[in-house]
Each structure stands twice: as structure tokens, then as C-alpha cells.
Write a protein that binds this ligand. Structure first.
Ligand code: ARG
Length: 458
């Protein structure tokens, strides 16, 4: 196929260089956005009297035909085309003749591609938001189901304090809510039309950029034509939001992998989301969670690729920027893939309340509550903390726990200890009483789930 720009050159492009230069393999996915953008551009050209209504009618009809033929599989992408923009324009000209050659008036591929990516990412970001909302709803359901399940919580992966199991799950719901907010923020900043920036300097034609923006559902137009064509902040911002979302999925995965091990056995993943081993018959592996954890690195890689690609670029457009798409699309595809598997994996996960309870009985996780018991009776907290530390050491020596340590031994440390201490440090009491706002009690978990459900409605 002859290049659009062949007139300027004596020789044709080397085959390898041509393939190297081409982006149709990965930008063809933006075909619908490219066509939608071109239709809006053509309508504006007619409105402004830059093209005749007859030409624009032909252009719109031709573009709609191309869209339909791609969607129905009648028209296949030509691998020899330089990119999706060239492909659509060449196909249009093939179909409608000279009018097709007029479409690119007052436009450049530089503002065209900047427009297409924004349109494409706007649609796809909505999909990621919907999938993340679904995951939040799944986590909230699981948290409600396990609000009364007592479990140990950890710091330094050492048993720390008893909590409602649902409380830990709700921590993830809060993270995912922020992820949704971050994606929406990025989309809000991205939602300005660069079309009309042309190659980099705008145009001498009497265009109406706001009209195009309005037709395409943008909140306005970009205000500087150089920035309009060279800005890829939105790719970085979205991939960064995806990276943070993946970080959260990865931390959650890590916990699920630990919890599924025989050492914990707090949860069991459904057979539909686990795999066996080719040699060890007993194995049930959390491959999905491990893959999500693994793919997080890949999304970080995409973010690093984008940041590094952009950091040395002089204004305005440089071909390096063609690399924006593979990185951003890979991050996007990966996040979507992970969310689609992760949510049903959590939804079908069984929680073993007896095991989490048993684990909570060990590790002196009610020691803080015992210190609080003394402090509430007037002893300074630091003094109480020290006494309880000594008692824990004695318990370890005598191979008992705080709940079975005799009252007379307690009283050797302080006369403030009375029979009621046992009730105060019972796991049920410790968890139930953690009613401070955002605390670990079942009541607080239910408040949190109500809050998150309301947020999801917004
Ligand atoms: N395929 C190109 C890209 O994705 C389109 C823009 C080409 N612009 C140019 N001046 N060569 O970046």
C-alpha cells in the first residue's frame, strides 16, 4: 500500500522498518473511537462551512459503513497499514473517493490519536470501576457474613489483637473504594477534547472545537495546542491508579494464600478457583491469588515504562509516544482480568470460624485488654503494660494463657485484679467492646458495611 506521505520520498520504506513503525496491531482496538471522533470532526467541518454538506454526508455514511463492517467481521484490519487512523482514512477513500481525502482537513494524527486514547480509556475506565464496585459488594457481603467470627489480627505477622474477621475484610473494601475514587478523578481530568490542536499549533481554519467536544461528551477542550497533542498524563494517572489497585489486590492475595495454608486454615478457596499439582496428589494451590500477586509486577512495569518513555521527550509529539498504548492497554487488560477472577474467588471463599477462633486463643492477643483492665481501674497505662508483660512471661514459663492464669497469682502483681478480669479478657468481650469508631467489633463492622453500601449507591 502506498504511504500517504510517499510524495516527499524517493524510496519506499524498508519492510522491517515499516513493520517496526506500524502500530495497527495494538491500536486497532480503538477503531470505534477513531470513527466516532472522525464523525464528530466531519460534522463540525460542515457546520463551519469548511467542507460541503454533501461531502460530509458521504463521509459520515462511509464511516458508519466501515464501523459496521468491522463489527460484523466483514472488514479486517490491514496489517500493512501504519496505524488505525491511516487504515480508516484509506478505507474511507477507497469507498467514497475524494470526499474521503477531505476528512483530514484541520486535523492531524497527533490530535486524532490523543483524542482516540482519551475516548477509549474513558469507556474502559468505566468498566474497571464497575468491576471494582462489584468486588467491593462481594467483600461487603463476606464481611457481613463473618462479622461475628473472632480472629486474630497481626502486626509484624505476629498475633496482635482479636478482631471480627469481617473487620479485616472491610479494610480491603475501604482500599477498593479509594481506588474507584482515584480512577474517577483521573477520568475527570482526562475528559477534555484535544481535537483541533492539529499537529501542534492549531489551525487557520475557523474550527469550532467546543462543538466537537460537546458531540463527544467531553467537559471542554484542552487550552494549549502543544499540550493537547503531547500530554499523556492521563495514561500515567490511570496506570498509576491501576497499579495501586493491583497493590491492594496483591496484598489481599497474599493474605488469602497464607490463610489457605495448613498452618492457618482460616479459609478455603472453592475448587473452581484452585488448582492441583502434577505430582503431589494432596495439593490444592491458590494459583489465582498467586497470579494476581504476580501480575501486579507487570502493571508496575507498565507504569514505569510510561514514566520513563515520557521523561525525556521534548515538546510536542514524538514517535516514542506510540509506546503509550501497549503499556496502558496491558495495564488495563491485566486489571480487568484480575478483577474478573478475584471477585468470584472471594465470593466463594469459605471462612473457618473454629480455626480463626482457635488461633485467637493463642499468642496472648488479649494482653492489651488486660492492661486496659488495670488502667480503667486507675493504674497508669504504662505501669499496667509493664505488669501484664511480666505476667505474660510467667504464663509462657508455666505453659498457660492469661485466661487460665490463677487469680491468686494475678493478685501478687496488683490488688486491682479481681475475679471479673476473666470476663474482661474473654475474646468475645475484647472484640465486642472494640466499639470506637472504625474499631474491630461486629457492631462497627456492620456500621462500615452500611457506610460502604451507601457509598456504592453514589
Ligand atoms: N500511530 C501514532 C501513535 O500512536 C499516531 C500518531 C502519528 N503521528 C505522527 N506524527 N507520526 O502515536
Amino acid at each position: 500500500m502506498e504511504k500517504m506521505w510517499a510524495g516527499r520520498f524517493q524510496k519506499t520504506l524498508d519492510k522491517k522498518a515499516d513493520d517496526f513503525n506500524s502500530s495497527i496491531r495494538f491500536d486497532c482496538r480503538m477503531y470505534a473511537q477513531d470513527i466516532k471522533g472522525s464523525i464528530a470532526h466531519a460534522k463540525m467541518l460542515a457546520k463551519q462551512g469548511i467542507l460541503s454538506c454533501a461531502d460530509v454526508e458521504l463521509i459520515i455514511g462511509g464511516l458508519e459503513g466501515i464501523l459496521q463492517d468491522i463489527q460484523t467481521g466483514k472488514l479486517l484490519f490491514d496489517e500493512n497499514a501504519e496505524d488505525i487512523h491511516m487504515f480508516v482514512e484509506a478505507e474511507l477513500t477507497k469507498r467514497i473517493g475524494d470526499a474521503g481525502k477531505r476528512l483530514h482537513t484541520a486535523r492531524s494524527r497527533n490530535d486524532q490519536v490523543a483524542l482516540d486514547i482519551r475516548l477509549y480509556l474513558r469507556d474502559k475506565a468505566e468498566e474497571v470501576v464497575a468491576l471494582t464496585e462489584n468486588l467491593v459488594a462481594v467483600v461487603v457481603d463476606k464481611a457481613e457474613e463473618t462479622a461475628d467470627v473472632i480472629a486474630p489480627a497481626y502486626t509484624h505477622l505476629q498475633r496482635a489483637q482479636p478482631i471480627s474477621f469481617g473487620h479485616q475484610l472491610m479494610a480491603y473494601a475501604m482500599m477498593f473504594l479509594r481506588d474507584i475514587g482515584r480512577i474517577r478523578d483521573a477520568v475527570k481530568r482526562m475528559n477534555y477534547s484535544p481535537l483541533g490542536s492539529c499537529a501542534l499549533a492549531g489551525t487557520t481554519y475557523p474550527t469550532d472545537r467546543n462543538y466537537v467536544a460537546e458531540l463527544l461528551g467531553f467537559d471542554g477542550v484542552t487550552k494549549n495546542s502543544i499540550d493537547g497533542v503531547s500530554d499523556r498524563d492521563f495514561c500515567v494517572e490511570l496506570t498509576s491508579a491501576f497499579s495501586i489497585l493491583m497493590m491492594h489486590l496483591s496484598r489481599f492475595s497474599e493474605e488469602i494464600i497464607l490463610w489457605s495454608s495448613w498452618e492457618f486454615k482460616f479459609v478455603e478457596l472453592d475448587d473452581a478457583y484452585t488448582t492441583g499439582s502434577s505430582i503431589m496428589p494432596q495439593k490444592k494451590n491458590s494459583d489465582m491469588a498467586e497470579l494476581v500477586r504476580g501480575k501486579t509486577g507487570r502493571v508496575y512495569g507498565d507504569l514505569t515504562a510510561l514514566l520513563t518513555m515520557l521523561k525525556g521527550l521534548p515538546l510536542a509529539y514524538n514517535k516514542d509516544m506510540q509506546e503509550d498504548k501497549e503499556a496502558t492497554f496491558d495495564a488495563l487488560d491485566t486489571v480487568i482480568l484480575c478483577l474478573e477472577v478475584f471477585a468470584p474467588m472471594v465470593a466463594t471463599m469459605k471462612v473457618y470460624a473454629e480455626n480463626t477462633y482457635k488461633a485467637a486463643q493463642k499468642g496472648f492477643i488479649n494482653a492489651t485488654d488486660l492492661a486496659d483492665y488495670l488502667a480503667k481501674k486507675g493504674m497508669p497505662f504504662r505501669t499496667a503494660y509493664k505488669i501484664v508483660g511480666e505476667i505474660v512471661a510467667e504464663c509462657i514459663q508455666k505453659d498457660c494463657v492469661l485466661d487460665t492464669y490463677p487469680l491468686e497469682d494475678y493478685q501478687k502483681h496488683s490488688e486491682l485484679f479481681e475475679q471479673d478480669l476473666y470476663k474482661e479478657i474473654a475474646l468475645e468481650t475484647c472484640v465486642e467492646k472494640r466499639n470506637s469508631e472504625g474499631g474491630a467489633s461486629p457492631k462497627s463492622v456492620r456500621e462500615q458495611t452500611a457506610y460502604v453500601r451507601a457509598e456504592l449507591q453514589k
